[in-house]
Design a protein around this ligand. Structure first.
Ligand code: AMP
Ligand code: MG
Length: 431
C-alpha cells in the first residue's frame, strides 16, 4: 500500500511542522483520484456537473449557409463592376425555416430574412436599407456591399466530427445551449462526489439546543455544507461529535463507509491532536501537519477506512480542518477545494488573482502564506485597491462576510507598505 509517508517524502520542502502551502497542495493533489462512475442526465440537470466524455458534434452548426441580416441574397458575380448600380429581379423569398427551393440566376435575387438558408446560387446578402425596391426589382450601388457579406457559413459555430466540449469541463449555461444546438438531449457526467462532514467539540451546540455557559453554536457545519453545495457536491451532515475517542471512532468509520471524502473541524490543534492522532493511526493513514499558513495552521490529512485497520473496508480521503471558523473556510478554499475538483473529474482551472494596491500597511511575517480578508474596489481609472477588514482573528467569521476577497500574501513576503501591490482572490466565482 502506498502510504502518505512514501508520497510526502517525495515532495520538496516536506516538513510536517512547517509545511508550505504549495507543498501541501501538491501532496493533496497526488492523493485525489477522480470518481469513475458515469451517469446520463437530461440537459437541464447537467448544469455544474462535470462532463465525463467529449461531446462530439454530429453535424455542422449551423447546418446550412444562412443569412445574417434581413435583405436580398444574390450571387457576387453581379458586383463585377464596383462603380455600377446593380439591378436584380426578385425571384422569391426565404425565411428562417422556410427555404427558397428554386435556382437563382446572376440577374436575380431572393428576399431573405435573418437565419434563412442561402438559396442555391447565392453567396452574398445586401442589407434591405441599402436597396431601392420598385415592384419586383431592386437597385443598389455595387460599392455598398462586398462579395460574401452578411452570410453565416455552415459549420461556422461547430464543425461536424470535432469536439464541441471536452471531458472534464464543468458545464455552464453556454455549454447547455451548445449541447442543445447539436440536438443532444442527454449528457454523460461523472457521478457527484459525496462528502461527509461533522464537527468535534464538547462546547458545540446544534441549532435549536439551549446554549449553556461556555458553549457556542456550531457554525462550521453550516459553512461547510454551503461551501460543498456551491461546488455541487453531495454533502452528508453527520452532526456534532463529542471529544470522546469512541464517539469519534464510530463517526469516522461510518463517514468513510458512506462517502468519498470525510471532513471534520476542530480537535486537531496541539494537545487535542494527541488523542485524535492515536485514534486515526488505528484505522487510517493520516499525517498531522502544521501548515506555514495563516489562518489555518493545524491540518490533518490522509485516508481513513471504514474497517478497523488501514486497508480494511472502504477508503475515504480525510481532512481534519482546524476549529476556528475562518480557518475552516480558508483551508477549505486553499487546500481542500482543489482536491474535491480533481476527485469530481474536473479539469484544473487555477483561480484568477488580481493585483491591487493596499490602502493600508499590513503586518506580515515572511515564511508563511497569509490569506487576509479584504474589501476590494476599482477606481475610475481601472486600478484595484484593497483594504483589510478590521479583525483578522481566525475566530471572527464576520470578517469573511464583510470581505469580498482574500488578500493573498505569499510565503516569502514581509510587511506590506501602504500603496504596495498585493494579490487578491475575489470571492465572486469562487464562493
Ligand atoms: P479546536 O480546533 O477544536 O481547538 O477549536 C478552536 C476554536 O474554534 C475553539 O474556540 C472552538 O470553540 C471553535 N470551534 C471549533 N469547532 C467549531 C464549530 N463547529 N463552530 C464554531 N466554532 C468552533
Ligand atoms: Mg475542540
Amino acid at each position: 500500500m502506498t502510504t502518505l509517508n512514501n508520497i510526502s517524502s517525495c515532495v520538496a520542502q516536506y516538513d510536517p511542522r512547517a509545511l508550505p502551502v504549495t507543498a501541501a497542495q501538491a501532496i493533496v493533489r497526488q492523493w485525489a483520484t477522480p470518481v469513475t462512475a458515469i451517469e446520463r442526465v437530461p440537459l437541464h440537470d447537467a448544469l455544474d456537473r462535470v462532463l465525463a466524455e467529449d461531446i462530439v458534434s454530429p453535424s455542422d452548426v449551423p447546418a446550412h449557409d444562412n443569412s445574417a441580416m434581413d435583405g436580398y441574397a444574390f450571387h457576387s458575380a453581379a458586383l463585377a463592376n464596383p462603380s455600377a448600380t446593380v439591378e436584380l429581379a426578385v425571384a422569391g423569398r426565404a425565411l428562417a425555416g422556410h427555404p427558397f427551393g428554386g435556382a437563382v440566376a446572376v440577374t436575380q435575387c431572393v428576399r431573405v430574412m435573418t437565419g434563412a438558408s442561402m438559396p442555391a446560387g447565392c453567396d452574398t446578402v445586401v442589407l434591405q436599407e441599402r436597396v431601392t425596391r420598385t415592384g419586383d426589382t431592386i437597385q443598389f450601388a455595387a460599392s455598398t456591399v462586398i462579395a460574401g457579406a452578411n452570410r453565416r457559413l455552415a459549420g461556422e459555430d461547430l464543425v461536424r466530427g470535432s469536439a464541441a466540449l471536452r471531458a472534464g469541463r464543468t458545464l455552464r449555461a453556454s455549454d447547455l445551449g451548445l449541447i442543445a444546438s447539436l440536438g443532444i438531449a442527454e449528457v454523460p457526467v461523472r457521478r457527484r462526489l459525496r462528502v461527509a462532514f461533522f464537527s468535534t467539540g464538547d462546547e458545540l451546540r446544534s441549532l435549536g439546543e439551549p446554549l449553556e455557559p461556555g458553549c457556542v453554536y456550531d457554525s462550521n457545519r453550516h459553512t461547510l455544507f454551503a461551501m460543498l453545495r456551491r461546488m455541487n457536491i453531495d454533502a452528508l451532515d453527520l452532526g456534532v461529535v463529542r471529544d470522546q475517542p469512541a464517539a469519534l471512532e464510530a463517526a469516522l468509520r461510518s463517514a468513510a463507509a458512506s462517502a468519498d471524502v470525510v471532513l471534520t473541524s476542530g480537535g486537531v490543534s496541539v494537545g487535542e491532536a494527541d488523542f485524535t492522532q492515536q485514534l486515526l493511526q488505528t484505522f487510517g493513514d493520516v499525517a498531522f501537519w502544521s501548515l506555514a499558513m495563516r489562518p489555518g495552521r493545524p491540518l490533518a490529512f490522509g485516508r481513513v477506512w471504514s474497517g478497523d485497520r488501514p486497508g480494511l473496508g472502504r477508503p475515504a480521503l480525510f481532512f481534519g480542518l482546524p476549529g476556528n471558523p475562518v480557518a475552516v473556510m480558508v483551508t477549505f478554499y486553499q487546500i481542500v477545494r482543489e482536491a474535491l475538483l480533481v476527485m469530481s473529474g474536473a479539469t484544473r482551472q487555477p483561480v484568477a488573482l488580481l493585483r491591487a494596491a493596499s490602502r493600508e500597511m499590513i503586518r506580515k511575517r515572511a515564511g508563511r502564506t497569509e490569506y487576509q480578508r479584504g474589501v476590494a474596489e476599482r477606481d475610475a481609472r481601472g486600478q484595484w485597491h484593497v483594504t483589510p477588514t478590521g479583525s483578522q482573528s481566525s475566530g471572527v467569521l464576520s470578517s469573511m462576510s464583510e470581505a469580498n476577497c482574500f488578500i493573498v500574501l505569499e510565503h516569502e513576503r514581509a510587511d506590506v507598505a501602504p500603496g504596495e501591490d498585493v494579490d487578491i482572490m475575489l470571492f465572486d466565482g469562487l464562493i
